[in-house]
Design a protein. Sequence first.
Length: 200
Amino acid sequence: MSFVGAIDGGTYFHHRTLTEAPFETCFDEIVYIGDVAQTDLSRFDILFLPCRLNSLLIAPLKGQLVAYMQGGGTLIVMGEIFPDRWLDGIEFTPCQTNFWWWITGEKGPAPRIANPSHALMKNMTASAATWHLHGHFAPKPEQEALIEDDIGVLMFEDRQSYAPGRLIATSLDPCYHHGSHFMPAATQFLEALLPQLREL
């Protein structure tokens, strides 16, 4: 069973997601972002970066995070961390976010599970991935879609670029909304995702 670490950016929504029920048991160790540079990441099988970590603080850690993956680690990057700004080979296009489509009667997001056999998608549903969108990835051949819609990819896995490790990235931001007590689907997304981290 995998040993799972997470980086804490110090926000209220990180605190609720990482250290409070029902998800606190999904993580074995929490590392404050200011301590990452002095931390040996190799002890983690999985390293989870929750939504909306400051990309200006993550960017200087690029070499360390790449080395972690190249050493066999799995890096999971959640939404609004903009991995295209600090990792090579990622193409991301932001979109206008409609926060209130279910109130205004406008058409909402229509994600679909692209790879239901993947360990992280075992319990995932399209409805659990539906609240709003911040943008899409345009995947390269080595970036396999896990969640997608008609415009692009919302979550992908790359097993080639950092082998023997891998990168899993999403543009969805469930940690923020779960931690803000806002958007039940975001909590459902984490209920499907986080317990499966140990199965990777």
